[in-house]
Design a protein around this ligand. Sequence first.
Ligand code: 4NP
Length: 167
Amino acid sequence: MEQSAIRVLFVCLGNICRSPLAEAVFRRLVQARGLGLHYKVDSAGTGAWHAGQRPDCRSVEVGRRNGVRLTGRARQVEALDLVNFDYIIAMDRQNLADLLALSHSHNGPPRFHLLREFDPNPGDTQVPDPYFGDADGFDRVYDMVLRSCSALLTYLEKKRTGTIDRA
Ligand code: 4NP
């Protein structure tokens, strides 16, 4: 029987800085590993202030320098997302708390994680909000996001291919 695609949603506050970058980086890794048929990727924000806007130009720029193209427009996460996506990947603990408050069920899918749970060098396990900082902050975010997304995809592939137990 054909397996359905694994649906992964990256979530931050505004959906203009961190989560569109994570979405684009993860998608590029999926393509690079020839796994495009197996994953559906999107991003959203817990807040609505930037809904409809393009990603922040500083995230677009760090992506461009690293060969990653950011697409799409910001949108606010909705309760249905928590049903429709298999994995909800939050950037920081406040995002995660806001998502859990929106969720009616803490059992079964979707599965909530902090992105940096997967970072081999996890620090405090959060991707810091770079919005009010300088351009260097976006480079640091990119490095964290790349390490974490690479390890996340490896983890999901082990589950998908049955190399480790589904949990
Ligand atoms: P993001 O960054 O959550 O990574 O998209 C932010 C964007 C906008 C604001 C805060 C964080 N804001 O306060 O408008």
